[in-house]
Design a protein around this ligand. Structure first.
Ligand code: PMP
Length: 450
């Protein structure tokens, strides 16, 4: 993708070491990485280190980090309060397949901060958390089907990879009768047939589905905001209606708070929207980047374990993750931490608003100040299908141009910008400068192309 023009040349990034690393890695790792989401061909970034709100690649290029590892690093990279606590605890051994007090402290903190979770179990990833939350809903209700919303990402297990983030939204089928779109090969039809996709913000379709097959529906899993599609917010009343429908039809409501938990509010999206689900999943912000995750809910529902439902894991609750979660959640107890992150997010948004408005471009912000998206569109779409109508190509060109100018959002318009507690005024200024340069270069390239 070329985004630069003669008037606004992009400063060139050093790439020699990373290119050589990519060639070395791509021979032995598919795409040269450990995740499809990081495989950007020759532009794949190989990281050296991070500190606070900054990150450095193997060529020594420095960036303001606006990805923050897809959200987990809420306090900042290499936070000494978390790292020191983890270091101290890990010297006593990390894996016993026995239960340490650190794990109990984690669950006590989850119960305290959410205010409604009565019991939880730790897992190692968000994927495991959503997989077990879905199983819990099935085990508790004795029903097989799960409703999910289009454009929502719940991890990489088979039940989660239905109608996620296709580039071509027509693949999702009719809005009134959405198809189950498996993401890639390898997902058995028998598994896919137990998952029912519905457009976000659409309770009329949800009601129709409940009326048609409510007796088979164990639960509805929902990312309370479309965190993996620019943070599109629910319309007024949406969550309340979903809550009422699940109650009416005897299904459980699962909030996937992997991105929103301990970020939108100390009690996550449940607190932010004033909704009490039956089950919830947490990961990302609970461990400041360490692999800590959990699923939890009411005592009655969670009590299907240990007797009647499988959950295990050699590393579930391992000391490194548990110690990281204790340290991180203890810091997030102080409401000033999340308020500070939101204030930084609002400062970035105000700067962006000024820059974009001066150029007269239609735009909207989506999401919450701690994790927000920018859409080049007249209005915020209601669902994932609406994302296709935004000027995503302009956004993508800006993101690539920003990287060349020392600030790194995800080079895909669907991923929000993540703000952390360590981002400071200098990071905000540098982000805005990079954005302005990249925007002007992208606009000039467009003008040249016409
Ligand atoms: N749920 C949501 C809402 C997520 O954003 C993610 C990860 N982006 C997951 C689940 C999966 O978490 P993990 O990558 O830790 O498996």
């Amino acid at each position: 993708m070329t985004t630069e023009s003669a008037a606004h040349p992009a400063p060139t990034l050093r790439r020699d070491v990373q290119l050589a690393t990519w060639q070395r890695a791509a021979r032995i790792m598919p795409g040269g990485t450990n995740s499809n989401f990081r495989a950007w061909g020759e532009a794949t970034i190989y990281v050296d280190r991070g500190r606070g709100g900054r990150v450095w690649d193997l060529d020594g290029n420095e960036y303001v980090d606006l990805r923050m590892g897809y959200g987990p690093v809420i306090l900042g990279h290499a936070d000494p309060r978390v790292d020191d606590h983890v270091n101290e605890r890990m010297r006593a051994g990390v894996s016993f397949s026995l239960t340490s007090e650190d794990e109990i402290q984690v669950v006590e903190l989850i119960c305290e901060l959410t205010g409604w979770v009565e019991m939880a179990r730790m897992t190692v990833s968000g994927t495991e958390a959503t997989m077990h939350a879905m199983r819990t809903a099935r085990a508790y209700t004795g029903r097989d089907k799960i409703v999910k919303f289009e454009g929502q990402y719940h991890g990489v297990h088979d039940y989660a990879l239905i109608s996620v983030l296709p580039n071509d939204v027509t693949q999702l089928g009719d809005r009134d009768n959405p198809v189950r779109l498996a993401w890639g090969r390898g997902i058995p039809e028998a598994v896919a047939s137990t998952v029912i996709p519905v457009p976000f913000n659409d309770t009329a379709t949800l009601r129709r589905i409940f009326e048609r097959e409510g007796e088979d529906i164990a639960g509805v899993i929902i990312e309370p905001i479309l965190g993996n599609a620019q943070g599109i917010m629910p319309r007024e009343g949406f969550h309340r209606e979903v809550r009422e429908l699940t109650r009416e039809f005897g299904a459980l409501l699962i909030f996937d708070e992997v991105k929103t938990g301990f970020r939108l509010a100390r009690g996550g999206a449940a607190e932010f929207f004033g909704i009490t689900p039956d089950l919830a999943t947490y990961a990302k912000a609970m461990g400041n980047g360490y692999p800590a995750a959990a699923f939890g809910g009411t005592a009655e529902i969670m009590s299907v374990m240990p007797r009647n439902m499988s959950h295990g894991g050699t590393y579930a609750g391992n000391r490194v993750a548990a110690a990281a979660a204790v340290a991180t959640l203890s810091i997030l107890r102080d409401p000033a931490v999340l308020e500070g992150i939101a204030a930084t997010g609002r400062a970035i948004q105000a700067g962006l608003e000024d820059i974009i408005s001066r150029r007269g471009l239609p735009h909207v912000f989506t999401g919450h100040p701690t994790m927000f998206g920018i859409m080049f569109a007249e209005e915020i779409p209601a669902d994932y299908r609406g994302w296709a109508a935004t000027d995503a190509a302009l956004y993508d060109a800006i993101a690539v141009g920003m990287q060349a100018r020392g600030a790194m959002p995800e080079p895909d318009s669907r991923e929000p910008w993540f703000v952390c507690a360590a981002h400071d005024g200098t990071d905000v200024a540098r982000t805005l400068e990079a954005f302005e340069g990249a925007l002007d270069a992208a606009l000039e390239t467009r003008a040249d192309d016409r």
